[in-house]
Write a new protein. Structure first.
Length: 425
């Protein structure tokens, strides 16, 4: 076979195709899925390191000072809500903010409950710690990770969709919210001789009800561990609880069944559903679906399982060239120009990359991909942020318990703003 070298130094065959492309075409969809998984894990680890390095407590200086002021205001708001107040009525008292340094010192001492009695530890507080203890309502489940300087905001992990949704705050466990069916029908051009305006179509603006759900968990620490630990157990508990909460909330807002948890947008079955022409999934199906998503609601983002992306990435034409990312050594969501998000909380239509071939096609009706303007399509509801308290009534001679929780929810807002592609026909 005649060969030559091109200007980049790559060996080119007689038909003009580079040899390295031939090797790339041999990558199966299973290998692509493994590459995507590895890339996701590396990105998540990097985000976790960034989050820990950016903690205000580690950075100190003005970063810690600014964080302490914001966190003290947030602590006032949480205490106000905890005592039955409404979020819309809250006004910060800047002259009586909790001393963050004294707060952290008091909380560290309270972590010794179990080794010593809580009453004895409280008696050991100095004047500033006592004032912070009372002002922060530390006896009423008001431990706050922001005040401790552990973290202010969670860096969005690559597998999450939480940052895509709209967000609302409510003050009660049940709430009403408006839903507009057609914004264009709310008003119209009319004759200027009229002294009035026409009503829009009946039922165009509907009021629907929603409710928040409780997220709960418990830590049980052996007293001997507390006595002998040389590790920051408080930071561990908060980081572990925060991560658990984030993972569960992310899953529930997608596929939650609405029983003791929010109903996810996939379970709510509100978005328009389209089908492929058959039991296969081609590059034409995906391009047509993504390009036809309603852009009038805002930027469109596609979401899918990583194996679905791997299946699409491995599609080739009649001569073995990849439809997407041809010539790339690896191909991941970070390489595409479109907005694509991967989450393994979504259903896997490939059943572990065992479906999708001619011999074993996809199952009719299975979820493939969703796309839309998620800030308009779905809202997450916030009522009470994550909290933690010592569970004195359940602590024993051998163990000390800490309980944590949060109150939140979610609901589909504008159904036409997103759509779902399923397997046909």
């Amino acid at each position: 076979m005649l060969v030559r070298r091109n200007c980049a130094g790559c060996i080119v065959t007689e038909d003009g195709h580079e040899r390295r492309r031939r090797h790339h075409r041999q990558l199966s969809s299973r290998q692509y899925a493994a590459l995507v998984t590895q890339q996701q894990a590396l990105q998540q680890a990097l985000d976790q390191v960034k989050k820990e390095m950016d903690a205000p407590l580690l950075r100190g200086g003005s970063d810690l000072k600014d964080n302490d002021i914001k966190a003290a205001v947030e602590l006032q708001r949480r205490a106000f809500l905890f005592k039955g107040g409404n979020d819309f009525d809250f006004k910060p008292d800047m002259d009586n903010l909790v001393d963050a340094k004294a707060y952290r010192s008091a909380v560290r001492k309270l972590m010794q409950v179990g080794i010593e009695s809580k009453a004895k530890i409280i008696r050991s507080f100095d004047e500033y710690e006592r004032k912070a203890f009372d002002a922060a309502s530390l006896d009423s489940a008001m431990f706050s990770p922001e005040m401790l300087g552990i973290e202010v905001n969670c860096i969005v992990e690559c597998a999450e969709l939480l940052d895509l949704y709209g967000s609302v705050t409510v003050g009660k466990s049940t709430f009403m919210y408006p839903q507009v069916m057609d914004y264009g029908a709310i008003g119209q051009y009319d004759c200027d001789a009229k002294c009035d305006a026409e009503y829009g179509p009946e039922g165009n603006i509907q009021y629907k009800s929603g409710n928040v759900s409780d997220f709960r968990g418990v830590f049980c620490l052996v007293r001997k561990v507390l006595a002998e630990a040389n590790y920051d157990l408080l930071s561990f508990m908060y980081q572990a609880a925060t991560r658990s909460y984030r993972i569960n909330r992310n899953r529930a807002l997608m596929v939650g069944d609405g029983v003791n948890e929010p109903k996810g947008w996939l379970t709510a079955d509100c978005f328009t559903k389209l089908r492929t022409g058959g039991t296969s999934f081609t590059h034409i199906d995906f391009r047509l679906f993504f390009a036809s998503a309603p852009v009038e609601y805002g930027p469109v983002t596609a979401v899918m399982h990583q194996n679905t992306f791997a299946y699409l990435a491995a599609l080739t034409d009649s001569v073995g060239r990849f439809f997407f990312g041809d010539g790339l050594m690896t191909y991941s969501p970070n390489d595409v120009r479109e907005n694509i998000r991967i989450s393994n909380c979504l259903p896997d239509p490939t059943a572990g990359l065992t479906k999708g071939s001619t011999a074993n096609p996809f199952t009719t009706g299975d979820f493939l991909v969703a796309a839309g303007s998620w800030g308009q399509a779905y809202y997450m509801v916030n009522k009470r942020p994550l909290w933690i308290e010592q569970w004195e009534g359940q602590s024993s001679a051998w163990c000390v318990k800490y309980q944590f929780g949060a109150e939140d929810g979610g609901f589909t807002a504008c159904c036409p703003a997103a759509r779902i592609l399923t397997v046909g026909p």
